[in-house]
Write a protein that binds this ligand. Structure first.
Ligand code: PLP
Length: 396
C-alpha cells in the first residue's frame, strides 16, 4: 500500500485540483467586449435577449434575470406573496440561501427530509410537514438531478400550494425530455462561476405565468413599474414605485456573457456527463464508497459529483478522508451541512439534531469530488486514483 500524502507520502498531484471552475472562451469575451463598446451597460437590449434565450432553452413563456441565484429565489418568494405567518417547506440538504429567502420575506422555513439514495427532497416528508400555514414548497435539484416533480405536484396540488424549483444546480437537465425550468410553477437558477453557466454573479426565474414574471421584474427594479429604457421609448419621465423592491438587476455585460454561455451549455452538460460516467465506472463497485442513485428517465446535469462513504467499513471519518484527499491535491468539498445546523437557524428558530435524520446521516458521509467541464482525462484519472488510494488505506 502507498503511504498517503497526509502521512508524508508523495501526493497524487502537485497542484490542487479545484472542485468546480468556470469555462470562458473567446466567444464569451467577444460578447462582453461588444457590450463595453455599446450605449447600454445595464437595462439595455441584452437583458431581453438573454431572457428570451433562457425561456426558449427551458421551454417556458417567461424568464426574468436577476443579480444572483439568491435574488432569483427571493423574487420567487415575493412573487408568491410570502409574508409573516407563512410557512415554506425546503429540504434540509441544500445551500442556506434556499431557506434564507423565506426568512427575508418574514416567512418560516420548514425543513423536509431527503431520499436516502438520491438526496432529493422526499415527497412523503414534504406531505408530512404541510400545515394550514404552508404556502409553498421549494424543491432543490441536488447535484443537478431533477426532483420527482410528479410526486411533488400531487402533494402540492392536493394542498393548493405553490411548487418552486431551486434549479441552481440543474440548468441543462431534464426529466423524460422536459427541460428543467418547466417542471415547477417557477424555477430559480444561479450563474455563479461554479454553476452550469456563469455571468460572474447572476440568476434567473423561469415561469409560464406572465403575471408572476411582471411582479418579479418590478421587484428587481425597486418596485418601480417601468425601467429607464421603457420610459425613454415612451418619451415619459415619470415613474411610480408601487411596492418595496430591491436593485436586483443583472447588467447588460453579464447578460451578454450569459447569452454566450447558454449557447455552450449543451457542450458543458455533455462534458460533465462524460466525467460523471468515468466516476460511476470507477466507484460503483469500490468497497467503502457509494455514488448517488439516479432516477429513471432523468438527464442529470452534474453540477457536482458527491459520493457517500460507507463509514462502517472505514477506519477514518469523513473529515479525515477530506483532509487525506486534499493532501493528495484533490480539492474535495462537502455539500451540504443541513441548513438548520447553522448557528443562525439554531438561535432564531431553535432547530437542531433529529429534525431530518436522513439528511443528518448523509451529511456525515458526504464528499464532493471535483467536476467541471474543462477537466481533462488526466485530472479525472488523478481523482479516481487518489480516491482508491485513500479508501484502501482506511478500509477495514
Ligand atoms: C448557488 C446556490 C444558490 C444561490 O445562488 P447564488 O447565485 O450564489 O446567490 C441557491 N441555492 C442553491 C441550491 C445553490 O447551489
Amino acid at each position: 500500500m502507498q503511504t498517503l500524502a497526509l502521512y508524508g507520502g508523495t501526493p497524487q498531484r502537485d497542484r490542487l485540483l479545484h472542485y468546480g471552475r468556470h469555462s470562458i472562451d473567446d466567444s464569451d469575451i467577444r460578447a462582453v467586449v461588444a457590450v463595453l463598446r455599446s450605449d447600454w451597460l445595464t437595462t439595455g437590449p441584452h437583458v431581453e435577449a438573454f431572457e428570451q434565450a433562457l425561456s426558449e432553452s427551458t421551454a417556458t413563456r417567461e424568464a426574468v434575470v436577476l443579480s444572483s441565484g439568491t435574488a432569483a429565489l427571493h423574487a420567487a418568494m415575493f412573487g408568491l406573496g410570502i409574508g409573516p405567518g407563512d410557512e415554506v417547506i425546503v429540504p434540509a440538504m441544500t445551500f442556506a440561501a434556499t431557506a434564507n429567502v423565506v426568512v427575508y420575506q418574514g416567512g418560516t422555513p420548514v425543513f423536509a427530509d431527503v431520499d436516502p439514495e438520491t438526496l432529493l427532497v422526499d415527497p412523503t416528508s414534504v406531505e408530512a410537514r404541510i400545515t394550514e400555514r404552508t404556502r409553498a414548497v421549494i424543491a432543490v435539484d441536488y447535484a443537478g438531478q431533477p426532483c420527482d416533480y410528479e410526486a411533488l405536484r400531487a402533494v402540492t396540488a392536493d394542498a393548493q400550494i405553490s411548487l418552486v424549483a431551486d434549479g441552481c444546480h440543474s440548468l441543462g437537465g431534464a426529466d423524460r425530455g422536459r427541460p428543467v425550468g418547466s417542471l415547477a410553477d417557477m424555477t430559480a437558477f444561479s450563474f455563479h462561476p461554479v454553476k452550469p453557466i456563469t455571468t460572474g454573479e447572476g440568476g434567473a426565474v423561469t415561469t409560464d405565468d406572465p403575471a408572476l414574471a411582471k411582479r418579479m421584474r418590478t421587484f428587481r427594479n425597486h418596485g418601480i413599474t417601468t425601467d429607464h429604457r421603457e420610459r425613454l421609448k415612451a418619451g415619459v419621465h415619470g415613474y411610480d414605485m408601487v411596492e418595496l423592491g430591491y436593485n436586483y438587476r443583472l447588467t447588460d455585460l453579464q447578460c451578454a456573457l450569459g447569452w454566450s454561455q447558454l449557447r455552450r451549455l449543451p457542450d458543458f452538460v455533455a462534458s460533465r456527463q462524460r466525467i460523471a460516467r468515468e466516476y460511476n465506472d470507477a466507484f460503483s463497485n469500490l468497497p467503502g464508497v457509494r455514488p448517488l442513485a439516479i432516477r429513471r428517465g432523468v438527464s442529470h446535469s452534474y453540477h457536482i459529483y458527491p459520493i457517500r462513504l460507507e463509514l462502517d467499513r472505514l477506519s477514518g471519518d469523513r473529515d479525515t478522508l477530506v483532509s487525506a484527499l486534499r493532501a493528495e491535491g484533490i480539492g474535495v468539498n462537502v455539500h451540504y451541512i443541513p441548513v438548520y445546523f447553522h448557528t443562525y437557524y439554531r438561535e432564531r428558530f431553535g432547530t437542531g439534531a433529529g429534525l431530518c435524520r436522513v439528511a443528518e446521516a448523509a451529511y456525515q458521509a458526504l464528499i464532493t469530488l471535483p467536476l467541471f467541464s474543462e477537466m481533462s482525462t488526466a485530472d479525472t484519472a488523478d481523482v479516481v486514483q487518489a480516491v482508491q488510494k485513500v479508501i484502501s488505506h482506511y478500509l477495514v
